[in-house]
Design a protein around this ligand. Structure first.
Ligand code: PLP
Ligand code: COI
Length: 365
């Protein structure tokens, strides 16, 4: 793939993250972004250009009918000074799954990986090294045809930008979160697009998220539309740990995102490092399990959230149910530490999980 490169002018360059600086999640940017357009049935004009505003018509279909989706991945700097991406091939695969759900064009996985690795290479000095930080990668695609008919667009933009980031939740791993179990709000429905990373799924979660915050919780734990089983939270899959140390993750359905972190946890179990399996989780049994002590830990998993322990659940009647002593449990801690130390290169990761970002020759034009 030919990728054009236009270097960011010195005056427009962003400040690189300083060691120890508090970064927040998703706030900072780097100097460049990747862009390509889909027109006349082909992807064209692949380029890395200075990070900046995008131009499209007011009738661009993504603005009206939300034909858009995104991905989220992370890169880390290792002790050898090199940058490694975590399971980016899985993100590329899911990117094309989301494209399919939204009637949008595919992008060859190898092309996605090259685009992202080249962009990271150019802005490699922005990869932070402080604890719980990463270079967050945000690929996304949106419909740009200026037309008001409700049908798939004929034109799209693929964009990737990077964000030197700290933990998703303030306080990071060491602050267990509170989740509101809601029977009034639902994130996705059977036959819908909940298994994809459509922007619309996140728009649908905003009102519920606000309600959760007003109730004193961090996020909503969504149930299926029949309100019988646990699905997932707004930005992470859900897990709980039984007394014997087994992680239980609800099976992926067409209303649950197939989390790459959850899949990684299940793969760690296949390697014998932990015990984990997927099985439907009835909400009534889940609450009873916490109360009886059969469930000893619970939490969320995701790229941004990593492993986020849940200290307590809030029910809609205001009752709060604390998981064990409300503190981080040893099983969640083990998985968090194992996962992050693989990501940081301190523990060997299974073959192919970490991919070194190559040093490419970059010439303008
Ligand atoms: N579920 C939802 C709704 C998400 O937005 C995310 C974040 O990507 C996840 C789960 C976790 O998925 P992953 O581990 O692939 O980041
Ligand atoms: C991620 O974990 O990468 C996500 O996409 C979550 C995001 C909504 C913050």
């Amino acid at each position: 793939m030919k990728i054009r490169y236009e270097q960011c002018a010195p005056a427009a360059r962003k400040v690189q993250p300083a060691p120890g600086e508090e970064l927040g999640f998703g706030i900072r940017r780097t100097n460049h972004m990747f862009l390509a357009e889909y027109k006349d049935g082909v992807w064209q004009d692949a380029r890395i250009v200075p990070y900046g505003p995008l131009c499209m018509g007011p009738g661009a279909m993504c603005l009206h009918y939300s034909q858009n989706f995104f991905e989220g991945a992370k890169a880390f700097k290792h002790a050898d000074g090199e940058i490694y991406t975590f399971r980016l091939d899985k993100n590329a695969e899911r990117f094309n799954f989301s494209a399919d759900v939204l009637c949008m064009p595919q992008i060859d996985a190898a092309m996605q990986l090259e685009a992202i690795h080249r962009l990271i290479d150019i802005d490699r000095d922005f990869c932070p090294t402080q604890p719980e930080s990463s270079l967050y990668i945000r690929p996304f695609m949106f419909a740009t045809e200026d037309c008001l008919g409700v049908r798939p667009s004929n034109e799209y933009t693929f964009c990737v930008f990077l964000s030197p980031s700290g933990p998703y939740y303030t306080g990071g791993f060491s602050s267990p979160v509170k989740l509101l179990i809601s029977t009034s709000f639902h994130r996705a429905a059977p036959g819908g697009m909940g298994a994809s990373k459509a922007g619309g799924n996140y728009a649908a979660s905003l009102r519920a998220g606000q309600f959760a915050k007003k109730s004193g919780a961090s996020q909503v734990l969504y149930l299926n539309t029949a309100n019988t089983h646990i699905e997932e939270a707004g930005a992470m899959n859900h897990f709980h740990v039984l007394k014997d140390g087994t992680f239980i993750i609800p099976p992926f359905t067409d209303s649950i995102l197939r989390s790459i972190t959850a899949v990684s946890v299940l793969e760690l179990a296949e390697q014998g490092l932990i015990k984990a399996r997927q099985e439907p989780v009835a909400i009534a049994e889940f609450i009873d399990g916490i109360k009886s002590g059969e469930i000893i830990e619970a939490g969320g998993v995701g790229t941004a959230a990593v492993i986020s322990p849940v200290g307590s659940y809030l029910l809609e009647d205001g009752t709060e149910i604390t998981v064990a002593d409300g503190k981080i449990g040893k099983h969640s801690r083990f998985v968090y530490e194992h996962m992050t130390s693989m990501q940081r290169g301190s523990t060997p990761a299974p073959k192919g999980w970490m991919q070194k970002v190559p040093h490419y020759p970059h010439t303008e034009g």
